[in-house]
Design a protein around this ligand. Structure first.
Ligand code: ADP
Length: 177
């Protein structure tokens, strides 16, 4: 196991229950909440998160695919939520791979800029947005391990998988890395 994968933990479960400095949300461009992990984070964190999103919306008009913004985590154990917008899978000809890479990179960068030491990611885009799970898992591990090679405040990255397929796929890749 390499030095970088020592900092990565794969967890099966609900990301709202994880204690880390920052939780990443797979949001949509409106930032106004949705289904899946987005709905779960807003429900568990309460209205303060939505208020933070509305402020960002008023300032910069939402969040583009591949970009990331940061808000309070409301009632969650985390200090912050980073909202990033994953690409909808459309056969791979619409720069979906680069866009998903940007989501992971921008979330990690924003976490480090805010002095976070630990971060938890869901499997971005692999739910309603239908990104192939194996490819998404490869992208997540590649970007995270690369980021951890640079000098960063981050010492712990948790990948929180809600379903068995993602858990198996991500675990396999972390063990091979
Ligand atoms: P997207 O629109 O980016 O595909 P989804 O929320 O539909 O976002 O799904 C992203 C991933 O989050 C999926 O793998 C889904 O199973 C997972 N997920 C859903 N609820 C939770 C939760 N409470 N904690 C962690 N992951 C979750």
């Amino acid at each position: 196991m390499s030095h970088n994968t020592d900092k990565i933990t794969v967890v099966k479960g609900d990301i709202t229950k994880i204690t880390v400095d920052v939780i990443v949300n797979a949001a949509n461009t409106s930032l106004l909440g949705g289904g899946g992990v987005d709905g779960a984070i807003h429900r568990a964190g309460g209205p303060e998160i939505l208020e933070g999103c509305r402020n960002i919306l008023a300032k910069q008009g939402g969040c583009k695919v591949g970009e990331a913004v940061i808000t309070t985590a409301g009632k969650l154990a985390a200090k912050y939520v980073i909202h990033t917008v994953g690409p909808v899978w459309n056969g791979g000809k619409n720069h979906e791979i680069e866009k998903l890479e940007s989501c992971y990179y921008n979330a990690l960068r924003l976490a480090a800029e805010n002095g976070c030491r630990s971060i938890a990611f869901p499997n971005i885009s692999t739910g309603i947005y239908r990104f192939p799970k194996e490819l998404a898992a490869q992208i997540s591990i590649r970007v995270i391990t690369q980021f951890l090679m640079a000098d960063t405040t981050l010492t712990q990255v948790k990948i929180v998988c809600f379903d068995d397929d993602n858990f198996r796929l991500v675990n396999q890749l972390v063990m091979q890395a």
